[in-house]
Design a protein around this ligand. Structure first.
Ligand code: PMV
Length: 333
């Protein structure tokens, strides 16, 4: 490690086709179930980490604005994990540029922590392979472990009984997927979400009476989705993805107090997707911790469906396909 080292990494968000919602270890960020996702080719995050010998604490700039409070602490705690591995005490400056609204359920934290993991592990010379980077990204934001890889990805939960769950919980790309899939992001609301996904998840696990049922369904949805992806069966992929997402939202709306990310605008778009399907279109909806709706469909249909959704909802639509793994773009170390 050179004291003037810096590195820049780029990562993309991922959208879960079988959702992660609920941890069994809040500190290690171990999920209660496996999840499956597609990394997207839109909305990349670019992060530079620069060692700052002599600087008393880590600093972070999000789109050029100094981060403070919880955001800065989260980044500093993440850098501590990297320094713990390497024995370094040198502080760093982190510069992150997002191309997506932050905190709007568009997976900015997944792309952000995947890019931070790659750049920080490089400057601190942590000696991690891609699986190690995925484990590290997981500690920043669970879903970030999937954005280390491109295409279709599975995150392994490390079920109880596994001797070292921290080591056993990471993501891996799926090598055997035949499917051609597009995703249309329908941006009904790009403002920050009312409750953080971290807090919403904890509340759902501890208070929602629907949670055990949702978890049991997820344990069945993972192998069913694996098989549907392997078979390239878009109708099965879409149906499982939609029931996983809607089940997750039903479950969090049953929390006390309820977590409500679906707004009237989201419900309007969900209705449009159902109506399109009823007339024979291949469209299925998914949503994350925010009001925006993402629509799965065949790539050839995406421009037509996106235009119709935009005109019917008055919202901006963005078409995505499978995206690349996180990469180191520049560096000097
Ligand atoms: O990684 P987190 O803590 O932001 O959790 C996000 C979870 C969902 O996006 C709602 C679902 C998922 O599997 O990505």
């Amino acid at each position: 490690m050179r004291s003037d080292a810096w590195a820049t990494a780029v990562a993309h968000p991922n959208i879960a086709l079988v959702k992660y919602w609920g941890k069994r270890d809040e500190d290690l960020i171990l999920p209660l179930a496996d999840s499956l996702s597609m990394t997207l080719d839109i909305f990349p995050t670019t992060t530079t980490v620069r060692l700052m010998p002599g600087q008393g604490q880590d600093s972070a700039f999000l789109d050029g604005i100094p981060a403070s409070g919880q955001a800065r602490r989260r980044i500093a705690a993440f850098l501590d994990l990297v320094r713990d591995r390497t024995g370094s005490t040198v502080r760093a400056r982190v510069d992150t540029v997002n191309t997506v609204p932050v905190g709007a359920g568009l997976a900015s934290s997944a792309a952000g922590f995947a890019a931070l993991a790659v750049a920080a592990a490089t400057v601190y010379d942590a000696g991690l392979d891609t699986v190690g980077l995925s484990r590290l990204a997981r500690r920043g934001s669970g879903s970030a472990c999937r954005s280390v890889f491109g295409g279709f990805v599975q995150w392994y939960a490390a079920y109880p009984g596994i001797p070292d769950p921290d080591q056993a919980s990471y993501a891996q790309p799926l090598g055997d997927v035949q499917l051609e899939l597009a995703l249309i992001a329908v941006l009904v609301d790009t403002g920050p979400k009312p409750v953080s996904s971290r807090e919403a998840m904890t509340r759902t696990v501890s208070t929602s009476r629907l949670f055990p049922r949702w978890l049991a369904a997820t344990l069945e949805d993972v192998p069913a989705m694996r098989a549907a992806l392997r078979d390239g069966d878009i109708a099965r992929v879409g149906a499982i993805a939609e029931r996983s997402a809607m089940g997750m939202h039903d479950t969090m709306e049953a929390a006390v107090p309820p977590v409500r990310y679906r707004t009237p605008a989201s419900r309007h778009v969900l209705g449009l997707v159902r109506a399109m399907r009823a007339r024979g279109e291949q469209t299925w909806a998914t949503m994350d911790a925010g009001a925006n709706v993402k629509v799965l469909c065949p790539p050839g249909d995406a421009p037509r469906i996106a235009a119709e959704l935009a005109s019917m909802s008055g919202s901006r639509t963005v078409i995505a396909g499978p995206g690349p793994a996180a990469t180191l773009t520049l560096g000097d170390w």
